[in-house]
Design a protein around this ligand. Sequence first.
Ligand code: GTP
Ligand code: ZN
Ligand code: ZN
Ligand code: ZN
Length: 270
Amino acid sequence: MCGTCGCDPNLTVEHGHDHGDHPKQTLDLHASIFAKNDHIAAHNRDHFQAKQLLVMNLLSSPGAGKTALLERMQQDWRDRAIATPDSALRMGVIVGDLATENDAQRLQQVGLPAIQITTGTVCHLDAAMIRHAVTHLDLDALNVLIIENVGNLVCPAAYDLGEGLRVALLSVTEGEDKPLKYPVLFKSADVVLITKIDLAEATGFDRARAIASIEKVAPHATRFEISTRTGQGMAAWYEYLMNQLPSPLAIVSPTHAHPDQDHTFATQIN
Ligand SMILES: Nc1nc2c(ncn2[C@@H]2O[C@H](COP(=O)(O)OP(=O)(O)OP(=O)(O)O)[C@@H](O)[C@H]2O)c(=O)[nH]1
Ligand SMILES: [Zn+2]
Ligand SMILES: [Zn+2]
Ligand SMILES: [Zn+2]
């Protein structure tokens, strides 16, 4: 799919064959891409923690309902965030797609500060893209930053963006065994949202089978079943999010300390 990561996060550990068509430089390049990404992600995470931001990385296949979820969340919280900013979700979004600004426009239409990243041929967001995009958002006005990743169940899982919460969406229309087929992504999720639950009956969604699939690869993940059409399950999701917000009294301790020279993040952001 994409030439940057080769769409195989395991490439660096699973190349045992020696027929010579994957030169060592290719493997070194992939290892170095991930190492560099992880480094920038660690800086992003420190910065977000210092700003007391809850940062979510939304991952799913195309069309599972990521943008619809954000539209609904903003509609539900907009007025409250204006009236009582300290006890509301104040959200901003960075959204990635291969092409078009459609999603950012949809989100801006409901009043969300939203920055679009168009990735061209690259099928995932990486930490450097986020580092740049946040310079276009007023983070001090937010308590939640949501990153809507490119719709893709493969590569985005391999890229830490510096998020605090990974949220995978599985819609009822896409097959109950998706978590088994794409275990890397679901395994890395803190939360799995089963979306479009209003369509469950019409599409013959096998709930027990879907939950068994999720539990097999992501037994640790918190699950919600939601519909942005009917609002089903949204209250429980909001209660969970409110409990994830960093406390203003929490002591922020940098998670990433090292003696190297590459500390460009603060200067780029401020
Ligand atoms: N019935 C129903 N339809 C939904 C729901 N959520 C999203 N949809 C529809 O599903 C389609 C895709 O939704 P999007 O929010 O654009 O999906 P996405 O994950 O953002 O898609 P990409 O950004 O392209 O990956 C749209 O037609 C939505 O209206 C839901 O809860 N119920
Ligand atoms: Zn979208
Ligand atoms: Zn990719
Ligand atoms: Zn560093």
